[in-house]
Design a protein around this ligand. Structure first.
Ligand code: DON
Length: 302
């Protein structure tokens, strides 16, 4: 496995320089683009990694999977009255469907959907970001994890699009809490800094029927785990979910920090990171690395 990871790293290196680091969040624009890391955590506890798998980055939309997990644990099936389970076919920050679909976002991974899920968690926890941070620290087995205030402040300053979605949903009666307070918590969650190893470990329960072996915790039921993986496969990469299914064939979640999480059900959780993005906002070298990995080992679920 170590040799394979090294050869994949060599193979995707030439792609670095062909993408673009996210610059719509100014604090992310300063990241050195010339970085790549990958970590694989197996259900029996073995860890494989190469490159900058120990280097922290902004998890951004990968945080939406933690938020969904927390909301599912509390709200169960009732949460689906407020958010859909269909791919949107639109960019992650699109607003167009929200008005004619009466404030119900298509799925929990586009920004509008993640904001509704954040609103649900806001109704449930007195200090929603700290509840989330505790949950993430436990799952990643890393008590030091924290959010980067300069990134979340910068996101808040340039919040117009996300704020528009949240206020539109509020107008439709699909938002319970103060929009600005929920936005702060949503940005704090997105600005969590983690590395590939932390993320592969934290999401190992999705590969292991809902069970996290290092905490001994049943995070979700087996059934709920298959449901989250189904949503990741259909919507985790937004309007590139079809391309990701074609090229990689695994449930996955990307973030504009350049991380991509991928799950090989019943076997492995994987996190790859390289900051430069393609046009859909997903890591360019990360996609290519996962494609090479899936092709080499025949891991596609399809
Ligand atoms: O709300 C936003 O736009 C960012 N905090 C997260 C976007 C993101 O990571 C999209 N994923 N590729």
């Amino acid at each position: 496995m170590d040799d394979l990871l090294k050869s994949i790293k060599q193979k995707v290196r030439p792609l670095i320089g062909q993408g673009k680091v996210a610059d719509y969040i100014p604090a992310l624009a300063n990241v050195d683009p010339n970085q790549f890391g990958i970590a694989i955590y197996s259900n029996d506890g073995a860890l494989y990694h190469t490159g900058q798998a120990n280097k922290n980055f902004s998890i951004q939309s990968i945080s939406k999977v933690f938020s969904l997990t927390l909301a599912m644990k509390h709200y169960g099936e009732t949460m689906w009255q407020r958010v859909g389970r269909e791919p949107s076919g639109n960019p992650f920050n699109s607003l167009v469907q929200l008005e004619y679909e009466e404030g119900i976002p298509r799925n929990p991974f586009i920004n509008a959907g993640a904001l509704v899920v954040s609103d649900m968690n806001h109704s449930r926890f007195a200090t929603p970001h700290y509840a989330m941070r505790e949950f993430i620290r436990r799952l990643a087995d890393n008590p030091k994890l924290r959010s980067d205030k300069s990134v979340s402040n910068s996101e808040y300053e340039f919040r117009s699009r996300n704020a528009s979605m949240a206020y539109l949903m509020k107008a439709f009666g699909n938002f319970e809490n103060d929009v600005e307070a929920v936005l702060h918590n949503y940005f704090d969650n997105c600005a969590m800094r983690m590395n590939c190893i932390d993320l592969a470990k934290a999401f190992s329960f999705l590969a292991n029927k809902g069970y996290c072996r290092h905490t001994g915790e049943q995070v979700l039921t087996h059934r709920e785990t298959t449901q989250v993986n189904g949503l990741l496969a259909t919507s985790g990469l937004y309007d590139e979910a079809g391309n990701f299914a074609y090229r990689v064939g695994l449930p996955g979640k990307s973030g504009v920090g350049g991380g991509i999480l991928a799950i090989v059900p019943n076997r492995f959780s994987i996190c790859v990171w390289s900051p430069e993005l393609n046009k859909a906002g997903n890591s360019l070298a990360g996609m290519a690395a996962l494609e090479a990995l899936s092709e080499n080992i025949g891991w596609s679920v399809f």
